[in-house]
Write a protein that binds this ligand. Structure first.
Ligand code: PEP
Ligand code: MN
Length: 459
């Protein structure tokens, strides 16, 4: 397996005259969900600074990811994407980052072992700072202020000063992404992700049913590794793991400033992350987001909600994957448990009939958001699990491949989603609800999810 810490196969230059002028066409197109800071001196300065900073990821790594995703699109691997709805600057700490990475590694090991399938590990991490909102403003106790749009735009605290759109946050987001990615690279390449440590990844988490199931699986893996070791097998492959970064490409000025020409190929790569996705609110065919992302080489995801039509999906394929390159395009459906069995089949059927080979991933979170009796944004774990089951059923019935899972999760002991084998109740929200945006699966709910998907994949 290729290591992500290896030097790029060729240096990636700064944005300059070699860049395709098409990369700026988005500026002439309708654009949704942008902050109100364009044209200010502070914004110009921040963009200028970003354009000179080094890339966060390398073009060679992005190409490796495209190959891995191509395998998943062909039914030979499974994509696991997980992380916060909105990362915050304050929570970019070693403890929180390591708990999240460990949880993703644990889910991945459950999936790999249960399904005997390579798992592509990817964090909604190291750059997931910008949030689309349904309203520009938020009103509390008769006071109306700009809505929180993620730490890259403004602060969560409900004061006029904090909610002001501040372009200096663009540079802080870059720096926070860089330090997060640095730690992820250290964890996944420096021995922490060694498969011989599967037991250790469980340490420090509260005992619960999913925890116990994981322990017994870890014991089986240990035995298998000792057996193969005794047979003289070489274990270098087990010491490190690939781990890719991903976020919603929402702020196009930030994404554009980090887009660089790869000197090997002369092609533009958005070096802010390995994988970028277009959200449900910004996937307009003639809009700025689809245009910009159609012009970079990174693998691209598009969220598809319950109102997506097959025509939308086919037009997105034409625009984002005109060469029908496996690994280039991932559709992340987020239908809601009530809709998935009815709405997904038509999309999958028509896309498959068109000959395109996209990767299908389920996001069982965003179609299942409800408000709790005590006023918190939450999701019922049962609905989340049901959407995942529906996703597998639909693909089973059509003979297509359910290639991945996209979840909002954390390694921390939070109470944000209701239910689970060790059930979270609404009364716990006041003390243990930490998300500044959507509710996440906590550590044990994430493991439970890993076991469910592993069972479905193994069938
Ligand atoms: C998200 O992934 O946090 C998000 C906003 O998703 P969607 O675009 O599917 O609503
Ligand atoms: Mn979200």
């Amino acid at each position: 397996m290729t290591e992500l810490t290896s030097a790029p196969t060729a240096p990636v230059g700064n944005a300059g005259p070699a860049l395709d002028p098409g990369l700026d066409v988005w500026r002439t197109l309708p654009i949704q969900q942008q902050p109100s800071w364009h044209g200010t001196p502070a914004h110009d300065a921040a963009i200028k600074e970003l354009s000179k900073l080094p890339p966060l990821v390398f073009a060679g790594e992005v190409d490796i990811l495209r190959e891995r995703l191509a395998a998943a699109a062909q039914g030979k691997a499974f994509l696991l994407q997980g992380g916060d709805c909105a990362e915050t600057f304050a929570d970019a700490t070693a403890d929180k980052i390591s708990a999240r990475v460990k949880t993703i590694l644990q889910m991945a090991v459950v999936l790999t072992y249960g399904a005997s399938m390579p798992v592509i590990k990817m964090g909604r991490m190291a750059g997931q700072f910008a949030k689309p909102r349904s309203s520009d403003t938020e009103t509390r106790d008769g006071v109306t202020l700009p809505a929180f749009r993620g730490d890259i735009v403004n602060g969560y605290e409900f004061t006029e000063e904090s909610r002001r759109h501040d372009p200096a946050r663009l540079v802080k987001a870059y720096n926070t992404a860089a330090s997060t990615l640095n730690l992820i690279r250290a964890f996944t390449q420096g021995g922490f992700a060694d498969l011989r440590s599967v037991h250790n990844w469980n340490k420090g988490f509260t005992e619960n049913p999913a925890h116990a199931a994981y322990e017994s699986l870890a014991a089986e893996i240990d035995r298998a590794i000792r057996f193969m070791s005794a047979c003289g097998a070489d274990f270098d492959e087990l010491k490190r793991t690939e781990f890719f970064s991903a976020h919603e490409a929402l702020l196009l000025d930030y994404e554009r400033a980090l887009t660089r020409t790869d000197s090997r190929t002369g092609l533009p790569y958005d070096t802010s992350a390995h994988f970028l996705w277009i959200g449900e609110r910004t996937r307009q065919l003639d809009g700025a987001h689809v245009d910009f992302l159609s012009r970079v080489r990174n693998p691209i995801g598009v969220k598809l909600g319950p109102n997506s039509t097959p025509e939308d999906a086919l037009a997105l394929i034409d625009k984002l994957d005109p060469n029908r390159e496996p690994g280039r395009l991932t559709f992340i459906s987020r239908m809601g448990a009530k809709n998935i069995r009815e709405k997904l089949p038509n999309l999958v059927e028509k896309v498959t009939a068109s000959g395109a080979q996209v990767l299908w991933v389920t996001d069982p979170m965003h179609g299942n958001t409800v408000t709790s009796h005590n006023g918190y944004k939450t999701r019922n774990f049962e609905d989340v699990m049901d959407e995942v089951r529906g996703f597998f059923e639909v693909h089973d019935a059509l003979g297509t491949y359910p290639g991945g899972l996209h979840v909002e999760m954390t390694g921390d002991d939070v109470a944000e989603c209701l239910g689970g084998a060790d059930p979270i109740r609404e009364e716990q929200f006041d003390d243990l609800y930490e998300s500044v945006c959507d509710p996440r699966l906590n550590h044990r709910q994430s493991l439970e999810m890993g076991f469910l998907v592993s069972g479905a994949l193994a069938k």
